[in-house]
Design a protein around this ligand. Sequence first.
Ligand SMILES: Cc1cc2nc3c(=O)[nH]c(=O)nc-3n(C[C@H](O)[C@H](O)[C@H](O)COP(=O)(O)OP(=O)(O)OC[C@H]3O[C@@H](n4cnc5c(N)ncnc54)[C@H](O)[C@@H]3O)c2cc1C
Length: 187
Amino acid sequence: MCSGQVVYVVGGGNSAGQAVMHMAGYARKVILVIRDDKPAASMSAYLLNRLRETPNVEIRTRTRITALTGTDHLEAVTLDRGGRETEVAVSRLFVLIGGRPHTEWAKDTSIIRDPAGYLVTGPDLLEGGNPPACWPLDRQPYYLETSFPGSFAAGDVRHGSVKRIASGVGEGAMAVQFVHRYLEETS
Ligand SMILES: Cc1cc2nc3c(=O)[nH]c(=O)nc-3n(C[C@H](O)[C@H](O)[C@H](O)COP(=O)(O)OP(=O)(O)OC[C@H]3O[C@@H](n4cnc5c(N)ncnc54)[C@H](O)[C@@H]3O)c2cc1C
């Protein structure tokens, strides 16, 4: 779909960088639009270097997309750079500006979430070395344990997690060990 086309990608993180590199192999030009003055710290250094070295990739910082125009498909986007708006013709736009955890269910439990909805676990639950008021046990929460004893969180949904496949898999394996420990202490 993008062969020979000009493609816009929005976002400063790793996913946006990977999308740009993928599409640069097909598109005539790929323009990465980032609202900050540089890509996010979450973008891997090797990836940023590759983006900078790829001739048909352009990085536009301090730029936001403020409007999309078209009839039955995208025909143009409006770019805002420091208050100066420009409309450019484009029919391919990909938005990779982050995810949102599906944790609404936790609001009816004693599981503590951070302001973005990620589940808080282990040492992140402690304040001044003490567990939260809802924590009923004498011991402190295990590393991946939420504020509801015996309930564990692993991978992207966990507050402060690395958001990578290997770390998600590793945390899943660790969580199994903690489940065994929890079952031993409750049996
Ligand atoms: C575009 C993109 C590119 C990426 N590239 C890389 C990469 O190159 N290398 C890398 O290491 N990582 C990469 N990542 C990150 C990686 O995909 C994640 O870190 C990893 O998938 C996290 O695994 P997870 O099991 O924690 O969550 P997920 O893979 O999101 O799995 C969670 C699962 O839980 C399900 N679920 C949600 N709510 C409920 C519910 N209430 N009940 C039952 N099931 C539910 C969801 O449907 C989903 O299947 C990338 C991510 C994206 C979005």
